[in-house]
Design a protein around this ligand. Structure first.
Ligand SMILES: NC(=O)C1=CN([C@@H]2O[C@H](COP(=O)(O)OP(=O)(O)OC[C@H]3O[C@@H](n4cnc5c(N)ncnc54)[C@H](O)[C@@H]3O)[C@@H](O)[C@H]2O)C=CC1
Ligand SMILES: O=C(CO)COP(=O)(O)O
Length: 328
């Protein structure tokens, strides 16, 4: 029997994932917080609030009742990282596998999403889905590849089989931590690349940031127990390249605004969609300092977000750092 999937979170990514796993007619249950999202999906087959203009598959049924997810065999958890703990507490306890799809580190605890899930739902097997995946492209069936990390190889294979489709290709990994670190850190680096664009610093600077940012991601990932090959794969470098080069990225757009001289407070006010990097940046910086991992680009993003330094001062500081071998 086909694995029945539920999706927690009716934002752009939750809706796009529901669309892809619904395929040609599989039933998928999507839980959303906003009654207007649920109503629009069920009545008009569209999520006008978060994924407007994309007709949704008939197999998707939306609900505001989280207990309805009890009917599902596995759940894709797609709420923003800072709300993940609260939402997991609302789920009935159980051993239903949880596929974590948010990209971020929890403020306060500095925990990755798998660590939060293990604390709140200790009986559930955990997988992580992460990679270069703009929601609007996935929802339209455009070709996409993604990392599906799960420590339990058999479960990972079963999940990959269930979510794969001709346009959506999961690559199996057992490195849950690596997949999570890649997704969380690239959001912060995408803000930095947006700043480069907004301040008109040029394409050389952007390429340098992607490359040196990747070195930071790798240093931090290795310190947290990630595998270097995961960080060099879809969930790390792949996603870094995507989000550092497109205004379709909310994180890149936020950075562009900062680079144009606008304040983070203004840019984040009244924003309905989430730019995860803004919340991950300070906790990532603190975690890196605590682990004695050098992350100058992440430090710079934090200074721009909290308004403690100007773009000019940041650029001057980064360029004045002592010369060093590239491999360090
Ligand atoms: N949009 C994309 O292309 C992709 C997003 N992601 C990740 O998926 C996660 C969800 O992002 P999106 O679906 O894009 O979100 P979104 O920006 O489209 O929508 C915001 C979401 O946050 C939820 N929300 C707002 N306040 C909340 C609260 N107090 N408690 C619980 N939920 C609340 C809303 O209900 C909505 O589902 C993020 O971690 C993001 O990094 C990952 C891959 C692609
Ligand atoms: O994670 C994403 C693509 O892989 C989406 O990036 P943004 O959240 O920056 O839009």
């Amino acid at each position: 029997m086909t694995m029945r999937l539920g999706v927690i979170g009716g934002g752009a990514w939750g809706t796009a994932l529901a669309q892809t796993v619904a395929g040609e007619g599989e039933p998928v249950l999507l839980w959303a917080r906003e009654p207007e999202v649920v109503e629009a999906i069920n009545a008009d087959r569209e999520n006008r609030l978060y994924l407007a203009g994309i007709p949704l598959a008939p197999g998707i049924r939306a609900t505001t009742a989280i207990e309805d997810l009890g009917q599902c065999d596995a759940l894709l958890v797609v709420t923003p990282a800072q709300h993940m703990r609260t939402i997991l507490h609302m789920l009935p306890a159980g051993d239903r596998p949880l596929v974590l799809c948010a990209k971020g580190i929890e403020a306060g605890s500095a925990m990755l999403m798998s660590e939060v899930a293990l604390e709140v739902q200790p009986a559930a097997a955990i997988a992580v889905l992460s990679g270069p995946t703009f929601a609007h492209e996935v929802a339209q069936g455009l070709p996409t590849a993604i990392t599906l990390a799960c420590d339990d190889e058999a479960l990972g294979a079963a999940l990959a089989q269930r979510i794969a489709s001709p346009g959506f290709r999961p690559y199996a990994s057992r490195d849950v931590i690596g997949a999570e670190v890649g997704g969380a850190v690239k959001n912060v680096l995408a803000i930095a690349c947006g700043v480069v664009e907004g301040a008109g610093l040029g394409q050389n600077a952007r390429a340098a940031l992607i490359s040196r940012g990747f070195a930071e991601m790798t240093r931090f990932g290795l310190a947290r127990g990630a595998k270097a090959e995961t960080l060099a794969g879809l969930a790390g470098l792949g996603d870094l390249v995507l989000t550092c080069s497109s205004t379709s990225s909310r994180n890149f757009s936020l950075g562009r605004g900062l680079g144009e001289g606008r304040s983070a407070t203004d840019l984040l006010a009244d924003r309905r969609t989430v730019a995860e990097g803004a919340f991950t940046a300070p906790v990532l910086r603190d975690a890196a300092r605590a682990a004695d991992v050098d992350m100058p680009v992440v430090e710079a993003v934090c200074a721009l977000l909290d308004g403690s330094a100007s773009v000019d001062a940041i650029v001057e500081q980064l360029l004045a750092r002592p010369l060093r071998p590239e491999g360090e």
